[in-house]
Design a protein around this ligand. Structure first.
Ligand code: A3P
Length: 346
């Protein structure tokens, strides 16, 4: 009887043991394959710095993201963060605008790159006097934690059109890289209007029609006092920036192309930022329900932008569109000439 029990116990232990070993082997194989399947590779070259690529594996980055999450929830100690060399760095590149150009999509897509860490919120340090008065340390403390080899990017689209911002950014870092994402000016103006309209509707307020705002009813000319129109005169704003920064420090992103065909636009940005090419087609997939490209970080994590990105625009009188396009035309030509990027807008 005792012998039978011993045999039964041994068999049971054997089964449990093989199950445990099997699971362990499966896990090891799975983690390994995750790294192999993962197209976001370790950083190399310039960004590798003192730490070689082999010491900067994907899993370290995933761990870092997890740790930062815990840190934000106050579950990770400052000591843990310090031990992992994480620092809050001032941005090496800023998406300065343009509002409704696709600034959020650009930031999120660049964040797919393992060497890029995004500041999730718009910080509004340089355009808001109250924030600016808090000083550069306040700004740095708003930045996400990153490894020294990584670069931090923030976006605040109001920077592009705010008078004081170029000088303030120049004072922080005169060699900073500046990204401007633009869309066809009339479409951008309508997108801008749509956002404001949605805000008004949410508050149960009535609002003027786009046509009424964009065209001066007295002169029947384009109303240049209307902010959505003024913001779309890109060359006027850029000229102010050029008093502080040479054109080589700017990179123009075609926001209309970023919607239709994001990868080539992102590859141009990688080049401009001197980053090794790491964002691939794998990281971007078209979501038919959203009608936009969405982001794939790895086989588990993917995300689309919030519903507030990609609103349906109201219908606008075609004669108003024609008038606006004619109005923007000479400014666009100048913009192409200054930036060296022709965008074939109508
Ligand atoms: P619309 O809402 O007019 O379509 P911003 O982030 O600067 O506010 O820009 C918003 C715009 O980003 C949206 O304008 C949308 O067209 C554009 N966009 C570009 N790529 C997108 C993406 N993958 N998902 C959602 N919106 C995207």
């Amino acid at each position: 009887m005792l012998f039978k029990q011993q045999v039964w116990l041994r068999q049971k232990l054997l089964v449990l043991g093989s199950l445990a070993v099997g699971s362990l082997l499966y896990l090891v194989a799975r983690v390994g394959s995750l790294d192999r399947l993962q197209p976001i590779c370790p950083i190399e070259g310039r960004l590798g710095g003192a730490r070689g690529p082999a010491e900067f594996p994907l899993r370290a980055l995933q761990f870092k993201r997890g740790l930062l999450h815990e840190f934000r929830k106050n579950n990770a100690s400052k000591e843990q963060v310090r031990l992992h060399d994480l620092v809050q760095q001032l941005p090496k590149a800023i998406i300065i605008g343009v509002r409704k150009g696709g600034t959020r999509a650009l930031l999120e897509m660049l964040n797919l790159h393992p060497a890029v860490v995004k500041a999730s919120q718009e910080i509004h340090f340089f355009d808001n006097d109250e924030n600016y008065a808090k000083g550069i340390e306040w700004y740095r403390k708003k930045m996400p934690f990153s490894y020294p080899q990584q670069i931090t990017i923030e976006k605040s689209p109001a920077y592009f059109i705010t008078e004081e911002v170029p000088e303030r950014i120049y004072k922080m870092n005169s060699s900073i890289k500046l990204l401007i994402i633009v869309r066809e000016p009339t479409t951008r103006a309508i997108s801008d209007y749509t956002q404001v309209l949605e805000g008004k509707e949410r508050k149960n307020k009535t609002y003027y029609k786009f046509e009424k705002l964009a065209i001066d009813p007295n002169t029947c000319e384009v109303n240049t006092k209307y902010k959505a129109v003024r913001t779309s005169i890109y060359t006027k704003h850029l000229e102010r920036w050029l008093k502080y920064f040479p054109i080589e420090q700017f990179h123009i992103v075609d926001g209309d192309r970023l919607i239709m065909e994001p990868l080539p636009e992102l590859q141009l940005v990688e080049k401009f930022l001197n980053l090794p090419p790491r964002i691939s087609q794998y990281n971007l997939y078209f979501n038919a329900t959203r009608g936009f490209y969405c982001l794939r970080f790895n086989i588990i994590f993917n995300k689309c932008l919030a519903g507030s990105k990609g609103r349906i625009h109201p219908e606008v009188d075609p004669s108003v569109i024609t008038k606006l396009r004619k109005f923007f035309h000479p400014f666009n030509q100048k913009f192409y000439q200054i930036t060296g990027r022709t965008l074939n807008w109508p």
